[in-house]
Design a protein around this ligand. Structure first.
Ligand SMILES: *Cc1c(COP(=O)(O)O)cnc(C)c1O
Length: 404
């Protein structure tokens, strides 16, 4: 009889977004007059369309596929075409980080690599994950039966957990700027993590999906801005949030040749070579039109148009932050991030505040508890709605909190 991977039975049932949808549906049915007023401030996806320069590049590439002379089949390595790896390398250079095209692999988004990278690590590793966190880190390690320890992100540490020198970890997941908390590590804080990883011979899986939202000069756009990171870190980034590619699917993972670990026999082994071997067997690359579209993101025109979209979201984040300041509500994020992580007022729990907002002002957000135990009492708002809706939602919030 075929045996199933029983680690899957240990996965938490994640009903967060299903429960939210259920509550909205029930409320709308009970209050048909108010249903149309509902504003969704919990959107976890980009909403603005892909930049024109990017769409044009994709169309041109699609046409090439229909002509014998320019048609392309399988890509040789599946690691990404040189034109795109060079463009990504140039992008890194634009914020002062040296990454060579050969250290970059193109993928169909950061989620895949975040989950798949577990293949190349042994099952006896101790994995350190922040709480709260993007659920992929926990779920994929539960699936492979690894021991997980948590680093608490709390109000006291500004939701930016730092390593505990008395605790050993082998694999560390960091996401900065963070989803869901919007907090971002400064250069000095990241240096502490890198030093900890080097001392523990650990690998940091660094998720920089939101790097394009960074505005503070002392928050690095890449972990490779930190000395020593090339010897301990794998960086995963994506065009999903940078350029609205959530429905296009393209990202990149960076591993330096200097990242080596020892086998049980004491031989040095390069993490990049293991990863390339894994990908060579299980992944056949990203479609040519999408890679051309991704290349266009990094062109002058593409960058300009893409930045305009990010600035649109940043303005929403600013509007939200300003309203929360006026309400005297504590929060992290908004700066360097499309997410605003706020402390539910009057000691309310995450779901209690969710219900309160829905019933009183018809504004929907995401209960922080859905991202981990430390999320209880916190709430995530996002900047992915329109200016008009964001302003309206914040006017309603101010009326509710200040006038009551
Ligand atoms: C959105 C997001 C990603 C990107 O995922 P893709 O698969 O590239 O769309 C990665 N990490 C986090 C934390 C995210 O929120």
């Amino acid at each position: 009889m075929a045996q199933v991977n029983e680690n899957f039975l240990n996965l938490e049932k994640n009903y967060l977004f299903i429960d939210i949808a259920k509550k909205i549906k029930a409320y709308s049915e009970e209050n048909p007059d108010k249903a149309a007023k509902i504003i969704r401030m919990g959107i976890g996806d980009v909403t603005l369309p892909i930049a024109k320069a990017v769409v044009d590049a994709m169309k041109k590439a699609a046409d090439e596929m229909g002509v014998k002379e320019t048609f392309r089949g399988y890509e040789d390595s599946g690691a990404g075409y040189d034109f795109l790896r060079e463009a990504v390398s140039g992008y890194y250079k634009s914020f002062g980080v040296n990454v060579s095209p050969s250290e970059i692999r193109i993928n169909d988004g950061a989620k895949s690599d975040c989950g798949n990278i577990t293949d190349i690590f042994g099952s006896d590793n101790t994995v350190l994950i922040t709480d709260p966190a993007y659920p992929v880190y926990v779920d994929t390690n539960v699936m492979s039966g690894r021991k997980i320890i948590y680093a608490d992100c709390t109000e006291e540490n500004g939701f930016a957990a730092m390593p505990d020198e008395n605790v050993h970890a082998d694999i560390i997941y960091l996401c900065s700027p963070n989803n869901p908390t919007g907090s971002a590590y400064t250069r000095d804080q990241l240096k502490v993590w890198v030093d900890y990883a080097l001392k523990n011979n650990a690998v940091i899986i660094y998720d920089s999906a939101y790097e394009a939202f960074i505005t503070d000069a002392d928050v690095p756009r890449s972990i490779f801005a930190i000395e020593g990171a090339e010897k301990c870190a794998v960086e995963m980034c994506s065009l999903s949030k940078t350029a609205g590619f959530t429905g296009m699917r393209c990202g990149y993972t960076v591993i330096s040749d200097k990242l080596v670990m020892k086998t049980s026999k004491g031989e040095e082994i390069s993490i990049a070579s293991l990863w390339n071997r894994r990908e060579g067997s299980k992944f056949n690359g990203v479609s040519y039109p999408v890679q051309r579209a991704a290349e266009a993101v990094f062109s002058e025109e593409g960058m300009k148009q893409t930045r305009a979209n990010i600035e649109y979201y940043q303005e929403n984040a600013r509007i939200i932050g300003e309203a929360l300041d006026e309400c005297g509500i504590k929060y992290t994020g908004g700066k360097n991030s499309p997410y605003i992580w706020l402390k539910c007022p009057n000691g309310m729990g995450s779901w209690e505040f969710f219900d309160y907002m829905l019933h009183e002002i018809q504004v929907v957000g995401t209960p922080g508890k859905g991202f981990g135990k430390n999320g209880e009492g916190w709430f995530r708002l996002t900047s992915f709605n329109t200016h008009e809706n964001t302003k309206e939602a914040m006017e309603r919030l101010k009326k509710l909190i200040i006038d009551k």
